[in-house]
Design a protein around this ligand. Structure first.
Ligand code: NAD
Ligand code: TYD
Length: 339
């Protein structure tokens, strides 16, 4: 099988590339990535050169919203597209949402158009549970929960999902959408809660908890997400949506205390800051459809996943120290001004 993986230099995309080569050594992968602040070829450093030498991996630096680049890849034929490429951070989307429209909506539309033109057999859209909005204290998101995005990020992901749906309904393109909860694990950019707090705590820097610290997310270890996407790629039914969850609901204070304990750091590092505007209160996932239809289940519980994650960040300081002193630092300082 020959796959076009977009955003394969990002957090989940690079974990997925690694998963595919481990499980299907004969598959070929083209990785199309713009290498934004979040894309990092170091994420695949350990496997890319060997795989390229064996003729089964190539990297194209380019934008998914660039029709010429996308068509140039697809004209040689691929069996499936898996679209991970996105602007993925809610706080950045609050700061400036334009690029979220360009990449997440227009980029998806360009990929869908090209998939149709070159008769690609399968198109997988990697979406998010954030398209469903926010839950109260009870209940879970199912695939039929109405779409009600609250942030510019989730609005852009929802728009993309609607285009994917339309291409299935209108043109019969073989599409599937996955909607997963919050991922954590190796290679996550240190702007998201868990890697930000691990790397800040390491240097005794403040951990900025938004609002009352009681917002709840469902947490899934990234390799469990990759295994679910693998099943969807090979066995998911066309036109369907599959929710993917970790079955590990935690509030942000609990996550923070877990990190502080793991690093043996004091709770005095916690700083309660002004809440994120439009902050969704709670996410929880009903993942019974993918479990019943495709036989997927999580392998990691939260404790095991967090131990592995903290260890990875401690063992890979070079990876994140370089990031935390680059362009990102500028954004970070600006965002936290006055909080
Ligand atoms: P990430 O920010 O770590 O990586 C995104 C990647 O996409 C980067 O390599 C970046 O360079 C690339 N990219 C951005 N714009 C591009 C463009 N215009 N053209 C080509 N490449 C571009 O994100 P992630 O956390 O790995 O998320 C991957 C996907 O999974 C996203 O679609 C996201 O919405 C979805 N998702 C993420 C989570 C999560 O918890 N991280 C949960 C559910 C769904
Ligand atoms: P984040 O990792 O940005 O993921 P998402 O917003 O997509 O769920 O945030 C996870 C939770 O942590 C969310 O409730 C916001 C909160 N949070 C903080 O309290 N402080 C922070 O510095 C960050 C980045 C997030």
């Amino acid at each position: 099988m020959k796959l076009l993986i977009t955003g394969g230099a990002g957090f989940i995309g690079s974990n997925f590339v690694r998963h595919i080569f481990k499980k299907y050594p004969k598959y070929k992968i083209i990785n199309l990535d713009k290498l934004t602040y979040a894309g990092n070829l170091d994420n695949l450093k350990d496997i890319a050169d060997n795989a390229a030498a064996e003729g089964k991996y190539s990297f194209v630096r380019g934008d998914i919203s660039d029709k010429v680049v996308v068509e140039d890849i697809l004209k040689d034929g691929v069996d499936a597209i898996i679209n991970f490429a996105a602007e993925s951070h809610v706080d950045r989307s609050i700061d400036d949402s334009r690029v979220f429209v360009d990449t997440n909506i227009i980029g998806t539309q360009v990929l869908l158009d090209a998939a149709l033109k070159f008769q690609v057999n399968r198109y997988i859209q990697i979406s998010t549970d954030e398209v469903y909005g926010s839950l109260g204290p009870t209940g879970k998101f199912s695939e039929s929960t109405p779409l009600a995005p609250n942030s510019p990020y989730s609005a852009s992901k929802t728009s993309a999902d609607l285009f994917v749906r339309a291409f299935y309904e209108t043109y019969g393109l073989n599409t599937v959408i996955t909607r997963c909860s919050n991922n954590y694990g190796p290679y996550q950019f240190p702007e998201k809660l868990i890697p930000l707090f691990i790397t800040n705590a390491f240097y005794d820097q403040e951990l900025p908890l938004y609002g009352d610290g009681k917002n709840i997310r469902d947490w899934i270890f990234v390799t469990d997400h990759c295994k679910a996407i693998d099943l969807v790629l090979h066995h998911g039914k066309p036109g369907q949506v599959y929710n993917i969850g970790g079955n590990e609901e935690k509030d942000n204070t609990e996550i923070t205390k877990t990190i502080l304990n793991a690093l043996n750091k004091p709770e005095s590092l916690i700083k309660y800051v002004k809440d994120r505007p439009g902050h969704d209160r709670r996410y929880a996932i009903d993942d019974s459809k993918i479990k019943n239809e495709l036989g997927w289940s999580q392998e990691y519980d939260f404790e095991t996943g967090m131990n592995e994650t903290v260890k990875w960040y401690l063992d890979n300081k070079d990876w994140w120290e370089r990031i935390k002193t680059g362009e990102y630092l500028e954004f970070y300082s600006r965002w936290y001004e006055g909080r």
